[in-house]
Write a protein that binds this ligand. Structure first.
Ligand SMILES: Cc1cc2nc3c(=O)[nH]c(=O)nc-3n(C[C@H](O)[C@H](O)[C@H](O)COP(=O)(O)OP(=O)(O)OC[C@H]3O[C@@H](n4cnc5c(N)ncnc54)[C@H](O)[C@@H]3O)c2cc1C
Length: 399
């Protein structure tokens, strides 16, 4: 395959760059560049700007409000957005649930939910994991029992990212305990304001409130909120995961973070010369750059091979997930190493807008430790990297 962009794709890249220069609010880009906290309003503001341009649901088909981009265009957009320090699009509604509804939802569900994802009416979160059902997701126990034209839901979800902001949660629930455990799972859409839903924060290693536990006690959910067929939720769940994992390669984000690391390595000194010229550090930088280049090309190859739908085979998205997350973790690790004692942990205020300077060292040093600790999650969520390796092995050995 030709790994160079065509003249049309180069022109598209210029269009994206011009759009980002014109429409990405400087205040938000500056927060992303300096790893400051983004509020829900910041994220929603950026989603609305993208939606106005028709670029928010960038992998949806045109008939549902997507731009009808090729995979190369979508990749160009991701990379340019990250390099311009645009916030990552929050994936739960637009990148996870959207494709599931488009493929498996009823016409009424598409007509109701998709426009509300686009205009930001509903903020979604993902209710897959439970205590005791993470890697072994099919062991999930949260039950949904049919009662007339409702389901009654009881149980607990955990690690629910940004659930504190969510209006709605898409959940995997158990509707049958007979047969194989994968066969008794259904995909249900639940309003977070329904009586019996309770959200409790979990504070992560970096001291931040990003994830939650969500409890369900006799929560009544209209039966029309069941996606597809009862007990077929596992099929829809797996389809969603291919989108989730491919997105986790995070090529653009790593390119931007790597550029930042190189600037730091030039500015810090060791033994009377820039750290970037220290042989040991330079070797690690070089290895990282080579791996990042490989990731960029592999990502394009996988996207191209998976066609315009943007969904890759499980083992391919697993491979991208592993490589992308390991590279990002190595970048955060080297950035921390480059700053040495300046990269102190847990300077929580450093994430606030208006905070000037770290207690010691350059101002960009303060969020570095938080970033390092936060990104430990990358090899765990979306299916841990160990489990991704198993998926690849099974595919290779045709087990
Ligand atoms: C920051 C963060 C955000 C998250 N956000 C969400 C969210 O929004 N919604 C959601 O539903 N979930 C979310 N998750 C949950 C995430 O998907 C799970 O944490 C993940 O699937 C791992 O499950 P677990 O935590 O139960 O670990 P476990 O499954 O208990 O695994 C523990 C360890 O054992 C290893 N292991 C388990 N099974 C195997 C195996 N078969 N072979 C080899 N090693 C194995 C794992 O790799 C891991 O190292 C999030 C997690 C984190 C950390």
């Amino acid at each position: 395959m030709d790994l160079h962009f065509s003249p049309e794709e180069m022109a598209f890249r210029e269009e994206v760059r011009a759009f980002l220069k014109d429409r990405l609010p400087t205040r938000i880009a500056e927060k992303v560049r300096t790893s400051k906290r983004l509020t829900k309003q910041d994220m929603a503001e950026w989603h609305a700007i993208l939606n106005e341009r028709g670029w928010y649901a960038n992998h949806w088909p045109k008939e549902y409000g997507g731009p009808g981009w090729s995979v190369a265009q979508a990749a160009i957009f991701d990379i340019e957005s990250a390099l311009a320090h645009a916030p990552r699009i929050v994936p739960f509604g637009v990148s996870m649930l959207g494709p599931v509804l488009i493929k498996y939802g009823s016409q009424a569900q598409k007509d109701h939910w998709l426009p509300r994802i686009l205009d930001g009416t509903d903020w979604w979160c993902q209710g897959y994991s439970e205590p005791g059902a993470g890697s072994d997701l099919a062991s999930l126990k949260t039950s949904a029992v049919r009662d007339g034209d409702h389901y009654v839901v009881n149980g607990q979800k955990t690690w629910t990212t940004l659930g504190q902001y969510a209006d709605m949660i898409f959940c995997l629930v158990r509707t049958s305990t007979e047969g194989k455990k994968q066969e008794g799972i259904s995909f249900l859409l639940i309003d977070m304001k329904t009586p019996g839903v309770e959200v409790r924060p979990i504070i992560l290693l970096d001291g931040e409130h990003e994830v939650n536990e969500v409890f369900f006690t006799d929560v009544r959910v209209p039966a029309e909120n069941l996606v597809g067929e009862e007990n077929k939720g596992w099929t829809y769940a797996k389809y969603l995961l291919t989108y989730e994992r491919a997105g986790l390669a995070g090529v653009g984000g790593s390119m931007a973070a790597f550029n930042h690391l190189k600037e730091i390595a030039q500015s810090q000194r060791k033994g009377g010369r820039p750290l970037a010229e220290d042989p040991l550090f330079a070797a690690r930088l070089a290895r990282l750059e080579i791996n990042l280049e490989n990731l960029k090309i592999t990502n394009l190859r996988v996207l191209a091979a998976s066609g315009s739908g943007g969904s890759a085979p499980l083992e391919m998205s697993a491979m991208l997930k592993i490589c992308g997350t390991e590279i990002r973790q190595e970048i955060t690790s080297l950035t921390r190493r480059a700053l040495g004692p300046y990269a102190q942990p847990f300077v929580s205020e450093a994430l606030d807008e208006g905070f000037n300077g770290a207690p010691i060292g350059p101002d960009y040093a303060a969020p570095v430790a938080v970033d390092y600790f936060n990104n430990r999650k990358l090899s765990i969520f979306g299916g841990s990297n160990e489990v991704q390796r198993e998926i690849i092995t099974k595919a290779l050995l045709e087990l």
